[in-house]
Design a protein around this ligand. Structure first.
Ligand code: DGT
Ligand code: CA
Ligand code: CA
Length: 606
């Protein structure tokens, strides 16, 4: 199986082959290649031949053979065992029939092994990326001399790929995401990356015949900023049908385990997914159990035990009698608690709050009335002022603040006073048109190394809000970094402190800073703190959100949008805010425009 193990689209992990074998007719010779394995081998041969500029007829012959074998009603191996002549199959001549026999007998193919020897190994890896077929891999190789995944990554980041014929910005984005998921596969992936994989898979499972509910549980449902693996809970009368559909998800690379009610697969991106199928009467109990967290589960189990009850993924039981399990509400009710929102289930005080009937009423996406941090093409954004404003309006917002970078950030083409003054004029002109959305005039001004702001008060005083941010010197000592930002906050025009820890998930640790002290100063100063909703940032951390709430410092959940589609990231910010116990009133940009303007003005004055 040495060669087959490497084959693209091969679903031939040992575990799966073993599982599949059990379900195939007894005449299928043990250890032989399945039709899917043979088809995958032929596809890869065709891909590699195409990259090598081989004869197009030969390439087509392999592709055709892949399709024919992949679509056979019987296993080719079984046909051979019965002595049937495979050359009777459409498009299968003597040569291809021999290759099928070779794959069946040895599990490998000399032609493929030979191609692997010649083609750079990196190309084979590139072919396995979703969205990259032989034509694209060949273009990358011929035009940009790309032979490895890391070379591709660099070219994507430099923007060299999108200009190739047949690629474009969409492909660039998709590939970057795939590479991110791939590099995350060793550790944890960002919440937004998990969303990209979990949601289509859940949608796919919802189409299973006989399936009832399908929900993504685990840390994903708790909206953790990073997710280890994806957990899905489903109900069905007949679990086998759903399981079958799950393991044959087209994105599956390997099946790690397969059982009647529980299976684990690895997607081509390297992401692991667990599926648990339960009976409808256990749905709520299973959802509670697999949403976790483990610490929360342990805490509620202890409560159940205290009441002489047993709680597990099937229900809440008194002896053998099931008290509940069909819904999450019923499960919590059985242990005399109100239902605790998933984002709070970390055993960080939510059990006590639930007992005391003082759970917070958490903010929801629909509570937001605007976004207070966005960029346009004037600096490093990708959409115009008008496009950004209308996109915000389309999301139901009353207002959106345009907050470009300031001049110190030269790579982002930051604004100097003259350019900012010009933008102020443009915004005033837009607002005079009464287009049903108000653009607020702002800036994302750099807090310089010494704590000074990057622009003079004369221009800052003309704005509705000033978002202050650190974009340099991340390595100062804790004392120096804290002092620097505190000095920045001393400027009377600063209204919001942006992405306060500076972290980039998976890439840059938070800088060393005394966050409680910053929050305290925001409180004294009457200014606000940002929860940056960008999936790479999710900064303010959830624990600091809670601290802000305790201090009465309003949090502004902002997407930091650099394009119209970035406004969609708001939901990740809301997830994190909920993890930080924030309700609607704890968030600045839930206020109606008139109230917001008052609050912004007051923050500046004080
Ligand atoms: P992750 O995947 O590392 O981001 O975090 P989770 O929370 O999704 O953890 P995971 O996937 O290992 O398990 C999903 C849920 O299943 C977990 O949140 C709680 C439940 N669970 C897993 N193992 C245990 C356990 O040993 N005891 C209890 N009570 N619950 C468990
Ligand atoms: Ca998980
Ligand atoms: Ca799991």
């Amino acid at each position: 199986m040495a060669v087959l193990a490497k084959v693209r689209r091969s679903k031939a992990s040992a575990a799966q082959s073993a599982a599949a074998r059990r379900s195939v007719s007894a005449e299928f010779p043990l250890g032989a290649a399945h039709n899917a394995d043979i088809a995958a081998a032929f596809e890869e041969i065709a891909d590699l031949l195409e990259i090598e500029n081989a004869n197009a007829f030969r390439v087509r012959a392999y592709r055709n053979a892949a399709r024919v074998v992949g679509g056979l009603p019987n296993e080719a191996a079984a046909m051979l065992a019965r002595g049937e002549d495979l050359t009777e199959l459409p498009g299968i001549g003597k040569d291809l029939a021999g290759k099928i026999a070779e794959l069946v007998k040895t599990g490998g193919s000399a032609v493929l092994a030979d191609l692997h020897k010649h083609a750079p190994q990196g190309l084979v890896e590139l072919l396995r990326l979703p969205g990259l077929g032989p034509k694209k891999v060949k273009a990358l190789h011929d035009k940009l001399q790309i032979e490895t995944v890391s070379q591709l990554h660099r070219a994507l980041q430099d923007g060299r790929v999108r200009d190739l014929a047949g690629f474009g910005a969409q492909t660039e984005k998709r590939l970057l995401q795939a590479l991110e998921a791939k590099s995350a596969s060793g550790g944890r992936m960002k919440l937004a990356v998990a969303a990209q994989y979990a949601e289509p898979l859940a949608e796919y499972l919802r189409k299973s015949p006989g399936v009832g509910q399908v929900a993504v549980a685990g840390s994903y449902r708790r909206a953790r900023d990073t997710v280890g693996d994806i957990d899905i809970v489903a109900t069905a009368k007949d679990a086998a049908t759903v399981m079958e559909r799950f393991v044959s998800y087209p994105e599956t690379a390997r099946v790690l385990s397969r059982g009647p009610t529980r299976s684990t697969i690895v997607l081509r991106s390297g992401i692991q997914v667990d599926l648990r199928v339960v009976a409808p009467e256990s749905y709520g109990a299973a959802l509670v159990y697999f949403t976790g967290s483990k610490a929360h589960n342990i805490a509620i189990r202890r409560i159940a035990q205290g009441r002489g009850l047993k709680i597990n993924e099937y229900g809440v039981f008194s002896g053998k009698r099931r008290l509940s399990g069909e819904t999450e509400d019923s499960v919590y009710q059985s242990i005399r608690l109100p239902t605790i929102p998933p984002e709070l289930r970390e055993d960080r005080g939510e059990i006590e709050a639930a007992k005391a009937k003082s759970l917070p009423d958490l903010i929801e996406l629909k509570d937001l009335r605007g976004d207070l941090h966005a960029h346009t093409t004037a600096t490093d954004g990708r959409n115009s002022l008008q496009e950004m404003a209308l996109a915000a309006k389309a999301r139901g917002y009353e207002y959106v603040a345009i907050t470009e970078h300031s001049r110190h950030l030269t790579i982002a083409h930051g604004l100097d006073p003259a350019r900012l003054a010009r933008q102020i004029g443009q915004i005033d002109a837009f607002n005079r048109q009464k287009r049903g959305i108000r653009i607020l005039k702002g800036i994302e001004v750099d807090i310089l190394d010494d704590g000074q702001l990057d622009l003079p008060d004369t221009i800052l005083s003309r704005l509705d809000l000033v978002v202050a941010a650190v974009h340099s010197k991340f390595n100062l000592s804790r004392a120096q970094q804290t002092e620097r930002v505190l000095r920045g906050l001393d400027n009377p025009y600063v209204t919001i402190l942006a992405h306060p820890s500076g972290r980039l998930i998976g890439r840059r640790e938070p800088y060393d800073i005394d966050m409680p002290r910053l929050l305290k100063r925001c409180q004294e100063r009457g200014c606000f703190i940002e929860l940056n909703a960008h999936p790479d940032r999710l900064d303010l951390l959830d624990t600091h959100c809670r601290m802000a709430k305790e201090l009465g410092v309003l949090v502004s959940i902002n997407t930091d949008a650099h394009s119209t589609s970035d406004f969609d990231n708001m939901r990740f910010g809301v997830g994190q805010a909920r993890r930080g116990w924030l309700g609607r009133d704890d968030v600045l940009n839930t206020r109606p425009l008139a109230r917001l303007l008052e609050l912004l003005a007051r923050a500046r004055r004080s």
